[in-house]
Design a protein around this ligand. Structure first.
Ligand SMILES: Cc1cc2nc3c(=O)[nH]c(=O)nc-3n(C[C@H](O)[C@H](O)[C@H](O)COP(=O)(O)OP(=O)(O)OC[C@H]3O[C@@H](n4cnc5c(N)ncnc54)[C@H](O)[C@@H]3O)c2cc1C
Length: 360
């Protein structure tokens, strides 16, 4: 059984692992990226044509991370000649205290935003019904998920990383503070660091090596609606229902959505899918949620959330093992900045905000 020496092995070729490989390779690290499935697979959390990009968070830590990510997304577009991030504006509405927190977060960090009356918002976006005032943030928009993963891997390879698909990692063996052996069916890699960016598979691959918080893996199923008029001009949106209200009960607390050019308007519930094992998924839509969504056009999307109890990501390191998981259904927008955080953790051990720690 052969073994190769590299500086860093990144396990997981979804959006996060691909971003880590890019950020590490461009710093001169010798990197190999190992993905268990073929390029473009749809068994994880990073596939499809659309993800919301927004700056609307209650706290400066996430807002700064999204701002940093925006810079990297633009740089990646330059580097690869691809369009990834489209600014459409974003709007949050609903009778829920969280909206106040979002507005305060945007105000505290100087992000442009303003309130619209239900009438003003309804005139602007006739496809959405507004019962309450709406918080508009013009710098939000959408990312093209599949193109982004490809662009990250292309940029990583251009910076010297080796990208290997259909190469499942079977085990990670810690040899010491500065050495690890990463086993695959066709040989092993010896490295100073391993970045395990395997999201829903984290408990299986590194659960015995690092103190992970509880991770809940669910099968989520947003769906596309046919737009009455045109998909152009649709914002990315979030609608939260008043806590304890009948609407909150029948619509699982709230919906999110955005336009997916050529596919319609994507609408989904956040983190309410059935628990699942990422290696034994049925990909069968949950009928109750489908009925609630009343989809009209295409088969629903099936995708995994890996949720932590506080919905904060896990971005931390123990010895030579760096871990990224727990993206709780909202990680995509931050991906290239998360890649930078993981490269910092691997190269010089710089830790991000404590809320991302194993034992926060
Ligand atoms: C329906 C849905 C809607 C979403 N909407 C948004 C949104 O609008 N905005 C937003 O910001 N975020 C959104 N997200 C969240 C976002 O998509 C995820 O946070 C992000 O894709 C996570 O990327 P990842 O690389 O960590 O995970 P994944 O894409 O799941 O990647 C993990 C990879 O590891 C590989 N792997 C696992 N085990 C091994 C092994 N042993 N060996 C080799 N490879 C292995 C897997 O095959 C997989 O490719 C949404 C998620 C879903 C499911």
């Amino acid at each position: 059984m052969s073994s190769e020496n590299v500086d860093v092995v990144v396990v997981g070729g979804g959006a996060v692992g691909s971003a880590a490989a890019w950020q590490l390779a461009r710093r001169g690290s010798q990197v190999v990226l190992l993905e268990q499935y073929e390029a473009g697979h749809t068994r994880g959390a990073s596939h499809g044509a659309s993800r919301i990009f927004r700056l609307s968070y209650p706290d400066p830590v996430h807002i700064d991370l999204a701002r940093e990510a925006r810079r990297h997304w633009r740089e990646l577009e330059e580097l690869t000649g691809t369009d990834l991030l489209t600014i459409t504006g974003g709007v949050d509405h609903g009778d829920h205290p969280h909206l106040r927190l979002l507005a305060d977060g945007l105000a505290a960090t100087g992000v442009p935003h303003h309130w619209l009356t239900p009438r003003e918002a309804g005139e602007r976006w006739p496809g959405i019904r507004f019962d309450t005032r709406a918080l508009f943030h013009p710098d939000s928009g959408r990312l093209h998920a599949d193109r982004s993963v490809t662009a990250l891997q292309t940029a990583a390879a251009k910076s010297g990383a080796l990208v290997r698909h259909a190469t499942p990692v079977t085990a990670i063996e810690v040899l010491g503070e500065d050495a690890v052996l990463v086993h695959t069916d066709s040989g092993a890699y010896r490295a100073h660091r391993v970045v395990a960016a395997v999201n829903a598979w984290a408990s299986k691959l590194v659960g015995g090596l690092v103190p992970l918080p509880p991770l809940r893996v669910t099968q989520e199923q947003p769906a596309h609606f046919a737009a009455r008029e045109t998909e152009d001009g649709w914002p990315s949106f979030g609608h939260l229902f008043a806590e304890g209200s009948a609407a909150a009960a029948s619509f699982h607390g709230g919906v999110y959505g955005l336009a997916t050019p050529g596919e319609g308007i994507k609408v989904g519930f956040h983190g309410v899918g059935p628990e699942t094992d990422p290696d034994h998924r049925d990909f069968i839509p949950e009928p109750g949620q489908l009925a609630a969504l009343r989809y009209k056009r295409q088969a629903p999307i099936s995708c995994t959330y890996t949720t932590t109890p506080d919905a904060n990501f896990v971005l931390d390191r123990r010895g030579p093992v760096v871990v990224a998981t727990g993206f709780s259904g909202h990680g995509f927008k931050f991906v290239p900045a998360i890649g930078r955080v993981l490269a910092d953790l691997a190269v010089d051990g710089t830790r991000p905000d404590r809320r991302f720690a194993f034992d926060r």
